[in-house]
Design a protein. Sequence first.
Length: 239
Amino acid sequence: MKRLSSVRIIKLGTVCFTPSEVASTFTLKIKSDLGIGGGSTATLIDGERKILIDTSFDCEWLDDPGKNERNASNLVRSLGDLGIVPGDVDAVFITHWHRDHFGNLGVFHKAARLASKGLVERFGLEDFVGVDDQEEIGDGVKVMLTPGHTIDHASVMVDSILGGMKARVVIAGDAIISDAYFQSGRIWQYNADFYGLEAARESILRLINASDLVIPGHGVPFMSYRPEWVKSCSIRRSG
């Protein structure tokens, strides 16, 4: 019997523009002054192999020669808090080619590099392995193609254990930017390579219908309350 993977947030991402704010350089400057870097969430799947989803890179917009070293140091320290060193990571999966998600790839010299096949081909990433929709990259770990935020965006679904129960966890990347954007019905369209609203909505629906819990690209995870899981929880509570 396969062992279910555990899922841990290594570094929680932040978002610089909430759904109610004006997306401007002034807003970005204020958030930056407050120490909000806009880096992605980095999530570790720990099963028969350790797979890191995205690498969390803050303040990509700053003209600061020290930001690369500072970002790498912060991620290594976050891994170390869980007793993990970069060499323990077997693979890194990048959801899409934005620096706030891939910027710390250089930390992981030994890890295999994975991304959607479309992304690998579009950017000519010769040191990456391209992955198809529904392809397994670990026991109970599947890739889901989720275009919208970008044309070749991909998310990851994991069969895991939460609260002592089997649960489906979706690591959405920026297919779902944050809980606030999801709850408000707003879709982030500020990136120049945004692919399309219809595709983005379809990807969101696909992720929500497949999951019990969503780890968005930025910000805290949230429950998606898949009916089958809610029923299972209710039976457990009453039993």
